[in-house]
Design a protein around this ligand. Structure first.
Ligand code: ADP
Ligand code: MG
Length: 248
């Protein structure tokens, strides 16, 4: 069964379509990159799949069900600037929030939850910072905390919006490693990526989008100069540069 099935999805802001007529069927066990120029509708597609925006047309099914029924199986890490970094909360609490779907109504974390929180913090090498206020961390450390929170949810599908932006090399490696581990566990990852570097290393499948879907398929097959140029329109004018990126 497809993990995600998107049919004829159109989403607009103020009556202006950001994505139009998108059709996609994504199978489990892949790291799927979503690439396209600025304003192409990458974040809109992700939020649409998550049911966070109203649709003009179309439908989204996750594990064959409506999003609301699958929500517990989904983790989402938004683009970083969307968080309120002044919120006074420490690392451990942020990650514990990832367990809320699993907690009883009253919401107190049990020993089992605490162990999971400690384990995932260790996995992203942030165990020493558990009592630190989130706003005191570097951009990369913050990103690893949000990664830990997503891991604590023990989801089947992970949506990451530009996780590599503004992070240090250590965090980049940690994210890359985690993506591979999750994929090997049969999980599905959808990852918005804003540039063309590392595409073939990071993603085994690619969604190429610029309002409409340009291509979806194995990175090896769709990450070609022709399709990259089609996706980036006139914005990537030097074909030479594209060829370097695609082959490198
Ligand atoms: P990307 O993530 O590929 O950069 P977005 O999905 O964020 O693109 O945006 C797609 C288009 O929709 C852009 O033209 C953007 O300006 C517009 N847009 C995004 N969010 C909003 C919003 N909340 N209100 C109005 N327009 C928006
Ligand atoms: Mg975006």
């Amino acid at each position: 069964m497809d993990v995600i099935s998107v049919k004829n999805l159109t989403i607009s802001y103020n009556k202006k379509p950001a994505i139009k007529g998108v059709n996609l069927n994504i199978e489990s066990g892949h790291v799927v990159g979503i690439i396209g120029p600025n304003g192409a509708g990458k974040s809109t597609l992700l939020k649409g799949m998550l049911g966070l925006l109203p649709f003009d047309t179309g439908s989204v099914k996750i594990f064959g069900k409506d999003i609301d029924e699958s929500r517990k199986r989904i983790s989402y890490i938004p683009q970083r600037e969307q968080f309120d970094w002044d919120f006074p909360i420490n690392v451990e609490d942020v990650v514990t929030m990832g367990r809320y779907a699993h907690l009883p109504i009253v919401g107190f974390a049990k020993a089992g939850d605490k162990k999971i929180v400690a384990d995932v913090l260790k996995k992203v090498e942030m165990e020493k910072y558990s009592k630190r206020q989130i706003r005191q961390l570097s951009g990369g450390q913050q990103q690893r905390v949000f990664l830990a929170r997503a891991l604590a949810q023990e989801s089947d599908v992970y949506f990451l919006d530009e996780p590599f932006v503004g992070v240090d090399a250590k965090t980049e490696r940690a994210i890359f490693k985690l993506m591979k581990e999750l994929k090997d566990e049969g999980k599905t990852l959808l990852v918005v990526h804003h540039d063309l570097s590392m595409v073939k290393d990071y993603f085994d499948k690619l969604i190429m989008i610029n309002q409409t879907l340009v291509a979806y398929g194995n990175s090896e097959e769709v990450f070609t100069p022709e399709l990259v140029n089609k996706t980036y329109g006139g914005r990537l004018t030097m074909l030479q540069k594209t060829e370097e990126l695609v082959s490198g």
